[in-house]
Structure formats: structure tokens, C-alpha cells
Design a binder for this molecule. Structure first.
Ligand code: FBP
Length: 555
């Protein structure tokens, strides 16, 4: 027995991911079928920026004699951005397809994300290495990083590295920003006659890389199941001790898909949905008031406990905070070096009051200093505010407490309020992938190779019909440019993949909206428990409630 390996880990090594029936025909018996030209983006600037890769045809695969090239393939792969359960299985599926197609084919794993490609930091992935990571979480096989590939110098370096290794293709496993990198690199290569194809795979626990072709990004299933287990445990504790209000912030940088799915799984007393807050133009004060209403209401029924779920991106959707953050982003993008040289906090706030609008400075001034400082922390390389480091859950717990004290002084509230704050984020990103993510990811990796073998570039690997059984899943590819629009990043308009936010007229939100009052007033907590990997299919292979409700809506 190897004491360094848990029983679950060694058992998961031998799990055989289930793949769609069409992929079981074997690599020589899978045919690419081209569909319509993709002309997704409404912004004409995308077409201009991607003259070589805009408007390419959609691709699907079906059983039939392959017409793909039999040339030797040397493929480089990177994991990019935040960890998401299943990344190792994408690489395993890619590896197995590559070696099924030709024993001389090679898979190189570039370490630490996109910078591994520019710095030529790689390992050759062998069967022995792959077997140590099958069906495991994390990205530790080759690591990950957030370097943005955008300069000509970087593209030239990648082209030189590719030439040195005789590479035929690069697979970028990442979220919206990383797949934007993939699209930009594919366009550069096509424009400069660099004979290297670029294929993306849709990763992110956030669930916001979603559209007609990408029904779910991988990792969302496992991460939401992990958080839901933890929330359920806290609910049971709260319902036992009956003395705390738990404020739980959940990861998900912009969109509230994670919070919504976890709410559907667990039925918290309050769950804020950022997209609704933005639509209603709800101020920070009013968000806190809505929580206070719930606390007061439950206290009146003798329940001085409860659970509040807060999406980590909320802060960017509250109108006055959104304006403040946009101004801070522009200021830091233009004068970040100057700002960094200021030593004292007084100097920094003085500098900001000269740069920000009066309205934003007023908002900034009333925030607790911790939150002010968190709002000023470095942006990530893609210009995003690091919302995982902003303690919104503490801000809301503090505001709630302050308001309750005032109500108590006026004799309008007689309950007891004691809060606990939690942040669940990193706990879910490297969990053992659920069977769904293990199967989905393996198929995505396998399909990425089919796209390479059939000569495509600038495509994302897709697996569709995810709400049906694995047998019926459909493998294909979609030009990445179809998913792009222009957004303001780092003070400039940039082409990026459009983030899919929670649709307020969509079935998952509607279901939540219909039930939240009942969940607020009563104790309807639901306890999903831990992810099950072995046992009856209805227990182990169930996907998210979000996917199930979206399926219902399509009927
Ligand atoms: P990706 O978009 O790269 O998948 O990452 C998403 C995420 O997990 C967010 O939910 C979170 O806000 C962020 O990464 C945290 O980033 P970091 O790992 O750099 O702390």
C-alpha cells in the first residue's frame, strides 16, 4: 500500500470515463461534417480584427470513414487561468486520441500556463505521467497561469518554440480570457503563415463560458456540488445550534451561476443574484436592507439564525460600486505606476480624490478601509478586479449588524444577531471531478484532437446535448470568434469572449425567484451531501439543477 495515495485517488485512476457513442467508433472511423458559416458577433470590429478566422464553418463529428490527415502530430497543451476540476482529463482524452492516431505522435505539456509556451518550459507527456493524473482534480500535472498572450513579441516567441519542436498544434484549456488568447493566437498564426493550429477547450468553474454551443464549461458541476455540500453542512449546523447567521461568499468572478446553482441545491434564506441587483439598480444600502428584512422577519418567528449566499462578483454589479470600480480601473491603468509610488494611505486617498468623480469618491469614502484597500489591489493580467479578495460577505454582515442595532434602538427589532462569514472558492476548484466532469472533459480532449487532425484552427472543442445521457452527447467544434465581442479592459476596447451572465428570464432564475420567499421565511434547507463517485447512476451521474431546468425550458 502506498501511504501517499488515498484509496479514492488510486481507485479513480482506474475509472474509465464514459464517452459519447459517436466517439467510440475509433479515431479512423470518425468523420468531420461542416455546417453553416458562423457569423456570431454583432460588433463589426470583430470581423475586422479577425479577417482570417472570422466566419468559419461550424463542425460536428459523426461515425464514418475519417478523411483526416495521417501526418505526424506534435501537439502542445497548456492549462490556463483558474483551476477547474477535470483539466487533467482533458489532457488524458487528448493524449489517448493522439496516441490512438499514431504511435509516433507527441504531446508536450507546457508548464505554468501561457508563459510556459513563450518560455519553452515543457515536459513530454508520457503514458506513465498521464496515468498518475487520470480523473483527479487540480492542474498540478503541468500547472497553470494567467499570462495574457497579446503582443507580437509573445506570438513570435510561441511561433519559434513551435518551430523548434516541430509542433503542429496547440491546445489551450481555459476560460473566456484564455480562449480569447487562443483566438488571437490562431489569427496571428493564420495571418503569418505559421503552420500551427490552435484549439481551445471551455474551462471555468464560473459557468460563464456558455452559449448555444457551449452548454456548460467544465468544472462548474464539481465545484457547485462541492460548495453545495459545504453549504448544506453549515445549514445543518445552523439549524442545530440556532444561533448564527452565516454569510457565505461563493466564487464566480462575474456571473452568479455558481450562487444560483448552489441556492437551487440547498435553499438558503437569502441568495443575492448580481444580475438582478444590476437590473434593478439596487444600491448597497438596499442590498443590506433586503438582508435585514429577512433577519427581522425570521427573528419575529423565533429564528435568530439563517444562511445568506453572496456571489463574489456582486460588488461589481451594485450600480454605484460598478461606477467606482470602472473609474478605479481606468485610473490604475493610466496612472498605476504613479499611484504605486505613494507611500502613505493619506497620500493614496488624496490622489484618488483628485482622479475620481465626486460621486465615486463619496462611495469610496464610506466603505470600510479594508474594502477600500481590497478594491485597489492589483488587477489580474486581463484587467479583472480580483473579486475573490474583496470581502463582500464581511461588508454585508457588518452593514446588516449596524442596521439591526439602529432598529433595536428604535424598538423595531428584538431578536439576537450574531454572524459568521465564510468564503468558498478554492475549496471547489481542485476537487476530484464528478463523473460528469470526468466524462465531459475526457470527451472534450478527445474532440480537440479530432479538430486538429481534421485541420481546424481557431476553434473551441464542443460537446453538446449534455442534458442527455453520455451516449447521446455530440462532439464538434465552434469558431471562437463567433463568441467574441468588444469590451473595455485596462482602459482600452479589446476583443474578448462574451461572458454569459445569469438570464433573469431563464428557467433556473425563474424557479429560484418563485421559491425564495418560502426559503426565506421557513427552514427549508436541503442537504445535498458529498459528491458520490460510485453507486447507482442517478446518484453518481446526475448533473446540475441548472442544466436540468434549462433542458425543461427547451421542451
Ligand atoms: P477562470 O475564469 O480562469 O476559470 O477563473 C475563475 C476563478 O476561479 C474565479 O471564480 C475567481 O474569482 C478567480 O478565478 C480567482 O483567481 P485566482 O486563482 O487568480 O485567485
Amino acid at each position: 500500500m502506498d501511504n501517499n495515495i488515498s484509496i479514492l485517488q488510486s481507485t479513480r485512476y482506474t475509472y474509465q470515463p464514459k464517452v459519447p457513442a459517436m466517439l467510440r467508433a475509433g479515431i479512423g472511423n470518425i468523420q468531420a461534417v461542416e455546417g453553416n458559416a458562423s457569423t456570431g458577433s454583432a460588433d463589426s470590429r470583430i470581423k475586422k480584427l479577425f479577417p482570417k478566422t472570422y466566419g468559419m464553418k461550424e463542425v460536428s463529428f459523426k461515425e464514418g470513414k475519417s478523411t483526416a490527415s495521417g501526418k505526424k502530430q506534435v501537439v502542445g497543451v497548456i492549462l490556463s487561468g483558474g483551476q477547474a476540476p477535470g483539466g487533467h482529463n482533458v489532457i488524458a482524452g487528448l493524449y489517448d486520441a493522439i496516441h490512438e492516431a499514431g504511435k509516433d505522435n507527441v504531446l508536450l505539456g507546457f508548464k505554468g500556463g501561457p508563459s510556459g509556451l513563450t518560455d519553452d518550459n515543457y515536459i513530454t507527456l508520457t503514458g506513465d505521467i498521464i496515468d498518475q493524473y487520470r480523473n483527479t482534480g487540480g492542474f498540478d500535472m503541468i500547472g497553470s497561469g494567467r499570462t495574457k498572450l497579446e503582443t507580437e513579441e509573445q506570438f513570435k516567441k510561441v511561433a519559434a518554440v513551435a518551430e523548434k519542436h516541430g509542433m503542429t498544434a496547440i491546445v489551450i484549456i481555459g476560460g473566456d480570457d484564455s480562449n480569447t488568447n487562443a483566438a488571437v493566437l490562431a489569427e496571428y498564426f493564420a495571418d503569418h503563415d505559421v503552420p500551427v493550429q490552435v484549439i481551445g477547450c471551455p474551462k471555468t468553474i464560473d459557468g460563464d463560458l456558455k452559449n448555444d454551443e457551449i452548454e456548460a464549461s467544465f468544472g462548474f458541476d464539481t465545484a457547485t456540488k462541492t460548495y453545495s455540500e459545504l453549504i448544506g453542512n453549515i445549514m445543518r449546523d445552523a439549524n442545530s445550534a440556532k444561533k448564527y447567521w452565516h454569510f457565505i461568499k461563493l466564487m464566480g468572478r462575474s456571473a452568479s451561476h455558481i450562487a444560483l446553482e448552489c441556492a437551487l441545491q440547498t435553499h438558503p434564506n437569502v441568495c443575492l443574484i448580481s444580475e438582478e441587483v444590476e437590473k434593478n439598480g439596487t444600491s448597497l444600502e438596499s442590498v443590506a436592507d433586503s438582508i435585514v428584512d429577512s433577519v427581522v422577519h425570521r427573528a419575529a418567528m423565533g429564528m435568530n439564525f439563517g444562511v445568506v449566499v453572496v456571489p463574489e462578483g456582486l460588488i461589481e454589479f451594485i450600480p454605484e460600486m460598478k461606477k467606482l470600480i470602472a473609474e478605479l480601473n481606468d485610473t490604475l491603468a493610466a496612472k498605476g505606476d504613479q499611484f504605486a509610488e505613494l507611500e502613505s494611505w493619506e497620500e493614496k486617498t488624496g490622489f484618488l480624490s483628485a482622479e475620481l468623480s465626486e460621486e465615486s469618491m463619496n462611495v469610496f469614502s464610506i466603505l470600510p478601509v479594508d474594502i477600500q484597500q481590497q478594491l485597489l489591489m492589483d488587477r489580474d493580467p486581463h484587467g479583472n478586479v480580483q473579486v475573490s479578495r474583496i470581502e463582500t460577505e464581511k461588508l454585508l454582515a457588518t452593514l446588516t449588524e449596524t442596521k439591526l442595532k439602529a432598529l433595536k434602538a428604535e424598538g423595531k427589532y428584538t431578536g439576537k444577531f450574531s454572524s459568521m462569514t465564510h468564503f468558498f472558492g478554492y475549496e471547489g476548484r481542485a476537487a476530484f471531478p464528478s463523473n460528469f466532469d470526468a466524462d465531459y472533459c475526457y470527451s472534450l480532449g478527445y474532440t480537440a484532437f479530432l479538430l486538429i487532425q481534421n485541420g481546424y484552427t481557431g476553434y473551441m472543442s464542443t460537446i453538446r446535448a449534455l442534458d442527455q445521457g453520455v451516449d447521446a452527447w455530440q462532439a464538434g467544434g465552434m469558431p471562437i470568434t463567433k463568441m467574441m465581442n468588444m469590451e473595455r479592459r485596462g482602459g482600452q476596447d479589446k476583443p474578448v469572449i462574451k461572458k454569459a451572465l445569469v438570464e433573469l428570464d431563464g428557467k433556473p432564475f425563474q424557479y429560484f425567484a418563485e421559491h425564495r420567499e418560502e426559503w426565506a421565511a421557513d427552514t427549508c434547507f436541503r442537504y445535498p451531501g458529498a459528491i458520490q463517485y460510485y453507486g447507482p447512476s442517478e446518484l453518481c451521474d446526475a448533473t446540475t439543477i441548472t442544466l436540468a431546468l434549462e433542458k425543461e425550458a427547451r421542451k
